[in-house]
Design a protein around this ligand. Structure first.
Ligand SMILES: NC(=O)c1ccc[n+]([C@@H]2O[C@H](COP(=O)([O-])OP(=O)(O)OC[C@H]3O[C@@H](n4cnc5c(N)ncnc54)[C@H](O)[C@@H]3O)[C@@H](O)[C@H]2O)c1
Length: 250
């Protein structure tokens, strides 16, 4: 399938996990991909693996000026923008009663403010091409995930922002959707074992989350859905948040 021939796609969080899988999938389908992340080494590897020419920009989604610069650069260099897969995100888990304001604000800033900045700057360019945004929500947007209060709040915000922006910009012809993955085997999961929370954690609370008999999904499982949402195949899908968890929250 070459649904993205002649299309320009920005992928955030493209140095790892689902962002990388999305970048590779869009390139495979013919897109010129601009890969964005804070991790330069990871970005270089992603661009090396892409089967269509693309480039990367090292920038944080929380840095307002840097985000503006990314979109300015795309307008200048590629001349247009057709889709954004906004996958950049961060997970922090902690026992809520001992979580500081600073700790609480980390996922809120990266996941929620980052989504606001990327969407705000993307919208004017996407209106010109009647393009599309796919944000990264989470099963924690809708279902309780103990010890992830800040993360879940940030992802609930991403889901709410997605629905709101879809409606707000509906008449412009752009579409804004999100994926809500749960349990995808990426660095995020590997780097945040709940075991580091120590003895204050009641692990039996997590049984319903883990459903250990179900395997984790792969980043490619998410990339396929993101590509569908961003393509003409998703032309009548707007303001939707698609759960991708193998049925773990059904
Ligand atoms: N893995 C899961 O089970 C899961 C479940 C639900 C939702 N998600 C969400 O999916 C998205 C992708 O996660 P993943 O599992 O691929 O994780 P990952 O850690 O493999 O990739 C996340 C990427 O985001 C980048 N990033 C972090 N902060 C950034 C910033 N400020 N600016 C730019 N880039 C930044 C990281 O460098 C990394 O490359 C995230 O938004 C995550 O919250 C993941």
């Amino acid at each position: 399938m070459k649904r993205f021939n002649e299309k320009v796609v920005l992928v955030t969080g493209a140095a790892s996990g689902m962002g990388r899988a999305c970048a590779l999938r869009f390139a495979q389908e013919g897109a010129r991909v601009v890969a964005m992340d804070v991790n330069r080494d990871g970005l270089e590897e992603t661009v090396r693996k892409m089967t269509n020419p693309g480039r990367y920009m090292t920038a944080s989604v929380t840095d307002e000026d840097a985000v503006k610069e990314v979109f300015k650069s795309i307008a200048h260099t590629e001349g247009k923008l057709d889709a954004v897969a906004h996958m950049a995100g961060i997970l922090r888990s902690s026992v809520t009663s001992s979580t500081s304001v600073e700790e609480f604000m980390v996922p809120i800033t990266v996941n929620l403010l980052g989504t606001f900045l990327i969407n705000r700057e993307a919208i004017p360019l996407l209106i010109k091409t009647k393009g599309s945004i796919v944000n990264a929500a989470s099963t924690s947007s809708f279902f309780g995930h103990p010890y992830m209060a800040a993360y879940a709040a940030s992802k609930g915000g991403v889901a709410a922002m997605t629905s709101t922006l879809a409606w707000e910009y509906m008449k412009t012809g752009i579409r804004i959707n999100a994926v809500a993955p749960g349990g995808i085997a990426t660095n995020m999961i590997k780097e945040n074992p709940l075991e580091h929370l120590g003895t204050d954690v009641d692990y039996t609370l997590m049984e319903h989350l883990k459903r250990m008999d179900l395997p984790y999904g792969n980043p490619e499982d998410v990339a396929g859905v993101v590509a569908m949402l961003a393509s003409e195949d998703g032309a009548f899908i707007n303001g939707e948040i698609i759960r991708i968890d193998g049925g773990n929250h059904s």
